[in-house]
Design a protein around this ligand. Structure first.
Ligand SMILES: Cc1cc2nc3c(=O)[nH]c(=O)nc-3n(C[C@H](O)[C@H](O)[C@H](O)COP(=O)(O)OP(=O)(O)OC[C@H]3O[C@@H](n4cnc5c(N)ncnc54)[C@H](O)[C@@H]3O)c2cc1C
Length: 305
């Protein structure tokens, strides 16, 4: 795959005070749950929120910007992602217990670690997060939810940096949440969230989390997948429509519709992003022919083919 022109030298000279790592043509596949995908033209890993704000303030407006979390809901296409890709890590990984059963979490921390911190502190209402493999940033963008809980049910406010480099705070209402969606502009990068839990019993919450884990392990593949591929159409289950259209186990190249849960696509080991996306589009066509329903992708697809 031909790499993109290296623009990191130019960016660094515009940003002499940048502290985070900025890498040219960094391959993204190890960072994605599917383990597929091409390079980022410029991958930036900021040190902290002010480093991120400085980067965005000085990033020319015509350079496309993409943010990835754990990439557990994402196909990064084989041709890679032009422009700047931001991946948050250290510096956005803190979790702190606050008064009134609240939890303040950085956006790069995994949801399961937030659920565990809350459980240890005897804070209930956040155990559902333990079933979602992504980060808090991804949960804010996707209104992540499982087992009866959704991000919108527990969010007090979210913190972020906009494309111009301004620090912003968004109330729950301003987040414009709907099913697996937030209405906040795609070029806002979330940096943290204040979550509201409730008084709970640590042991009971631990049992609840263990039950979620067991249910997950019995019913879903966990690795080399992107979670639910398509949104459930109102009043219907995507997996049932896919099963009825005869797609369970359907294989294209190294990608397969999971036998365990047919709204999940899996990388059998040597899939390309193109195999996975083509398989998804094939499923959509077969479901449309079989039941007349047009499935909508839940998985985000980024980059060029
Ligand atoms: C095995 C498995 C099971 C899953 N089960 C569930 C489930 O039960 N419920 C559920 O809701 N989801 C589920 N998912 C999907 C996925 O885990 C969630 O959507 C999760 O919230 C995505 O988080 P992420 O950090 O991986 O985001 P990514 O996949 O990296 O990104 C998803 C979107 O969020 C954006 N984003 C990521 N970080 C930020 C940030 N800091 N600021 C702004 N935007 C950001 C990205 O640009 C992209 O648009 C599952 C996935 C897998 C692999």
């Amino acid at each position: 795959m031909a790499p993109f022109p290296d623009m990191t030298g130019d960016l660094k000279s515009r940003m002499p005070d940048l502290r985070g790592r900025l890498l040219a043509n960094q391959t993204l596949d190890p960072f994605t749950w599917f383990r597929v995908g091409g390079p980022a033209q410029a991958l930036f890993m900021p040190e902290d929120q002010s480093d991120l704000a400085y980067f965005l303030k000085n990033l020319p407006a015509d350079i496309p910007l993409t943010v990835i979390g754990a990439a557990s809901n994402m196909i990064v296409r084989d041709g890679g992602v032009p422009g700047a890709v931001v991946r948050l890590g250290r510096g956005f990984n803190d979790v702190a217990i606050k008064d009134e059963h609240r939890v303040l979490a950085g956006s790069a921390i995994l949801d399961v670690l937030v659920a565990r911190a809350a459980q240890k502190a005897g804070i209930g209402g956040l155990a559902f997060l333990s079933g979602i493999p992504g980060t808090i940033g991804g949960a804010l963008r996707m209104n992540g939810g499982a087992y009866g809980g959704e991000t919108k049910d527990v969010l007090i406010e979210a913190y972020g940096v906009d494309r111009q480099g301004n620090m912003r705070t968004y109330s729950n209402a301003e987040m414009g949440f709907s099913y697996r969606h937030s209405g906040i502009s795609d070029d806002v990068i979330f940096t943290g969230a204040l979550l509201q839990g409730r008084a709970g019993d640590s042991e009971l919450i631990a049992a609840e989390m263990a039950e979620i884990k067991a249910k997950r392990e019995a019913s879903q593949p966990r690795n080399r997948t992107g979670g639910s591929t398509f949104k459930n159409p109102p009043g219907q289950n995507a997996w049932k429509l896919i099963d009825d259209a005869g797609c369970r186990g359907l294989t294209i190249g190294g990608a397969q519709v999971s036998e365990l849960h047919c709204n999940f696509l899996i990388n059998l080991g040597d899939a390309t992003a193109a195999d996975i996306e083509t398989l998804g589009e094939t499923v959509r066509e077969r479901v449309k022919v079989h039941s007349g329903v047009t499935l909508e992708w839940e998985i985000k697809r980024i980059g060029i083919k």
